[in-house]
Design a protein around this ligand. Structure first.
Ligand code: ADE
Length: 222
């Protein structure tokens, strides 16, 4: 199996890849894990990969182009692209077994306040490792990688894993950054309007819509 991980903090993976079962699985060629710095794909002379979100608000938003270019560069016919986000499908052991059967995973780590909404269109699946927000997708990608690699045939003895067990309650609204149109996908007009009340309304509605669609159990708790 091959796993490509896209991140703006490649050094976070040093310890993870050089210890224990993961280290041995790599040495024994059960898995090839490559860490890719998203900045390498930036066309900006300062290697910029994020910008302010349209419509205002705090924090920086990861831009679509470097991530589209990276995925395009790494993708093969066997690839499954996974986006790490707290808005994804809650991760379960059953999913780890499914992923362990794949030939090639490309894992995208989000960061800062978010990633441009259009990046979502690259993903075959979005995965959350739990109902809490990490500073970025790096640790989450390590959770996925760790749980999948140990299930690859031969990495650990099968008996070791067959017995394995197992606040405001609203998801975030979609965010966008430059450009206003990317590959035919447009930033919603309201975010470019500068009308703060309308932007606020749009975001609240999108937040509720998204939570209803993705995690109705959260709304029941409200
Ligand atoms: N990025 C930030 N928090 C996350 C989570 N809980 N799961 C996956 N990716 C994340």
């Amino acid at each position: 199996m091959k796993i490509d991980i896209l991140t703006i903090f490649p050094n976070m993976f040093t310890g993870f890849l050089s210890e224990s079962i993961i280290k041995r699985a790599i040495q024994e060629k059960y898995v090839d894990i490559q860490i890719h710095d998203i900045r390498k794909y930036s066309k900006d002379k300062h290697k910029k990969v994020d910008d302010y979100g349209f419509g205002g608000g705090k924090g920086m938003v990861l831009m679509p182009e470097p991530i589209f270019d990276a995925v395009n560069d790494l993708k093969t016919k066997d690839s499954k692209v996974i986006l790490m986000t707290p808005q994804g499908v809650p991760y379960k052991q059953a999913k780890a077994y499914e992923l362990a059967k794949e030939k090639h995973l490309i894992i995208i780590c989000g960061h800062y306040e978010g990633f441009d909404e259009r990046i979502r269109t690259l993903a075959d699946m979005e995965i959350s490792i739990g109902d809490y927000v990490l500073t970025g997708g790096e640790l989450a990608s390590m959770v996925i990688t760790d749980s999948v690699v140990r299930l690859i045939n031969g990495v650990i003895e099968e008996e070791s894993h067959v017995k394995d067990s197992f606040n405001n309650n609203l998801l975030d609204y979609p965010v966008y950054t430059k450009p206003t149109e990317f590959r035919g996908m447009k930033v919603p007009e309201v975010l470019l309007s500068g009308h703060h009340a309308n932007i606020e309304k749009f975001r609240t509605e999108e937040s509720i819509k998204r939570t209803k669609e993705r995690r109705p159990d959260l709304l029941e708790k409200r």
